[in-house]
Design a protein around this ligand. Structure first.
Ligand code: APR
Length: 307
């Protein structure tokens, strides 16, 4: 059985463990700074396994030695947004937490692939690569599946069609200037700008960009966790099952999409080695301009990292 460690056993970490345990993809370790909480959640999940018929082992711990030999390390540890905050406002606090989590986990799991979720996402993925010294194949950030899934949900609701018929691709930084590619998105093969009136499409694009904030405002404390954790589960599955699955994710760019030296949301292919390939879309000037703006923002946040 593969081994997956989830650092941060809060809302997103614990829900990721829930999705993964159900899929019976790997033995799971939940680790958190809070004593007793990861142990309690792991035990509760373990007690659910007989009901759902899954034989995975789930343990909770505060000790990194229990995470040794992990195939995948997921980082969800850190503060979540409060209403009125942007993801960038979390930079200082979360840099410290993510840096420490990477340092401690890489020592005992030198062969692991890292998936970062903590915000501000693109900067935290950059930090994880820097601290670990790993090649870009082994450090990816989760954002694009979530942003695209939000857009897909809104389109499916608008048109009353199955979510399975809706394909959306949201690229760029994981912030309010993310880039929903409406020309490349479609419903059963029909481009979104053909199937939806332009005002409705515009509203969906706006709602997608602010999708995280919408949930933060509703929850009042904490941020979204069901959809983010489902997205993590899809990435883990793609890697462990060597699916060669193409999904939008935050990857370290070395010239792709005209960008160098930043983590940024692009279509990537995931398999057992982690990031196998970055897929290049044919974009028009307007789309390239939007990506450029988003990349400039990500670069500014990365430059303010305490490195
Ligand atoms: N080591 C391990 N765990 C830590 C550390 C640390 N140094 N510091 C904090 N944590 C834990 C907290 O104790 C908490 O259990 O991280 C967990 C975070 O969980 P939540 O507060 O429930 O936050 P969550 O909604 O899961 O969001 C986590 O994901 O989407 C992003 O913006 C969000 O950055 C945030 C992260």
């Amino acid at each position: 059985m593969a081994k997956v460690t989830i650092i941060g056993a809060g809302q997103t970490g614990a829900t990721t463990a829930h999705w993964l345990a159900e899929r019976q993809l790997a033995d799971l370790v939940l680790i958190d700074i809070v004593e007793g909480m990861p142990q309690g959640k792991a035990l509760d999940l373990t007690e659910a396994m007989p009901v759902i018929g899954s034989d995975v082992r789930v343990i909770g711990t505060n000790d990194y030695s229990d995470t040794a030999g992990s195939d995948i390390v997921i980082i969800t540890a850190g503060l979540a947004r409060k209403p009125g905050m942007s993801r960038d406002d979390l930079l200082a606090a979360n840099s410290k937490i993510v840096g420490e989590a990477v340092e401690k986990s890489i020592k005992v799991s030198p062969d692991a692939i890292f998936i970062i979720l903590t915000n501000p996402l693109d900067a935290m993925a950059y930090l994880a690569k820097k601290v670990s010294g790993l090649p870009r194949e082994r450090v990816v950030g989760q954002a694009g599946i979530l942003d695209s899934a939000r857009m897909q949900a809104f389109v499916a609701m608008e048109l009353g069609v199955s979510v399975d018929n809706v394909n959306c691709y949201v690229l760029g930084g994981h912030g309010d200037d993310m880039v929903p590619l409406t020309r490349h998105s479609n419903v059963a093969g029909i481009p979104l700008d053909v199937i939806l009136p332009s005002d409705r499409l515009k509203a969906i694009v706006e709602r997608t960009r602010k999708g995280g904030g919408e949930i933060v405002s509703l929850l009042k404390s904490g941020s979204a966790f069901y959809a983010p954790s489902a997205a993590l589960m899809q990435m883990v599955e793609a890697i462990l099952l060597d699916r060669h699955l193409i999904v939008p994710a935050s990857a370290y760019l070395e010239g792709e999409y005209g960008q160098e030296g930043i983590y940024f949301g692009v279509p990537v292919q995931l398999g057992r080695g982690g990031l196998e390939k970055i897929i290049q879309y044919q974009l028009n000037d307007e789309e390239n301009g939007e990506l450029e703006r988003s990349a400039n923002h990500v670069r500014e946040v990365i430059e303010s990292l305490p490195l």
